[in-house]
Each structure stands twice: as structure tokens, then as C-alpha cells.
Design a protein. Structure first.
Length: 161
């Protein structure tokens, strides 16, 4: 279980560093999010997956991104509250980051290298999703329009090993 994925680190909106090693043995759903995106209702579906499967080993990580038509205007300070109030989000949100370009967050550099998409490795829009298995290996990439409930079967499959 010592994949390169577990060498990566992320930060919470308040700046606290989290090592991906904290999620060893868990199935992880990583999503680039945006509160003002037309796909923002997916927050509710992501939260439902979080509530349903967190005790079975699922971790949902939301990475807010403002690279697509500035659809994440919230600051790190206000974003968590906005997601809680507007969408009921309790899953882990992280600090705002870039998912494309020269300042791409290392998590997205890694995921895009392992799982390219229709547009090469570039992320096309908010709510692109990556599923990482219990051993830290990316297993599937989902387009922004794929709703969280549509990937529940694959999550269950990964949770059941």
C-alpha cells in the first residue's frame, strides 16, 4: 500500500496539512468543486454518498477550484460555511486549488497522469471525479456530468474489495 498517492499532502481551508497516508485502506472519491457552478447540486449527492458509506470506508474529498468561469468565488474562510448552509456538506473540503495549468495541485497532477480523460489529461470542468481504491490506486475517472448516484455501484464494488 505504499503507492505514490500516499506521498501526497493536502491542506484544509484553514491551512492544516493532511497527509494522504491518513486515508490508507479507505476508498477515496476526489472531486473538484465549485459552489456557483450549474452542477453544484451534485454536492447533495456527494454528501449522500458520504453519509451512506463513510462508516464502510469511503472518504469524499472536495477540492474547490475557481478555474472554470470563476465559479468558486468563496474564500477558503467562507467556502465551508457556504457548502454547509447551501448543500448540507459535512465531507472534507480542502483549500482552493488549481486543477490545470502551471499551479496544478499535486493530487490532480498525479490523478490526471494516471487517468487521462477525453481531453487528454486536462480537466474540462467542475465536478470531475476520481475514484481511488483502498490501496491508493486511481481506478476510475468520471466526467463532470456524471452524477454521484451513478457511481454508487462502483464505490460499493471498491468498498467490498
Amino acid at each position: 500500500m505504499n503507492t505514490d498517492f500516499y506521498q501526497l499532502k493536502v491542506k484544509t481551508p484553514s491551512g492544516q496539512e493532511i497527509s494522504m497516508t491518513e486515508f490508507k485502506g479507505k476508498v477515496i472519491l476526489i472531486v473538484n468543486t465549485a459552489t456557483k457552478c450549474g452542477l453544484a447540486p451534485q454536492f447533495e449527492g456527494l454528501e449522500k454518498l458520504h453519509q451512506e458509506y463513510q462508516d464502510k470506508g469511503l472518504v469524499v474529498l472536495g477540492f474547490p477550484c475557481n478555474q472554470f468561469l470563476s465559479q468558486e468565488p468563496e474564500t477558503n474562510d467562507t467556502m465551508v460555511e457556504s457548502c454547509q448552509v447551501n448543500f448540507g456538506v459535512t465531507f472534507q473540503l480542502l483549500e482552493k486549488c488549481d486543477v490545470n495549468g502551471p499551479d496544478t495541485h499535486p493530487v490532480f497532477k498525479y490523478l490526471k497522469k494516471k487517468l487521462g480523460g477525453w481531453f487528454g489529461s486536462k480537466i474540462k470542468w467542475n465536478f470531475t471525479k476520481f475514484l481511488v481504491d483502498r490501496n491508493g490506486y486511481p481506478v476510475k475517472r468520471y466526467a463532470p456530468t456524471v452524477k454521484p448516484e451513478a457511481i454508487e455501484g462502483e464505490i460499493v464494488k471498491q468498498l467490498n474489495g
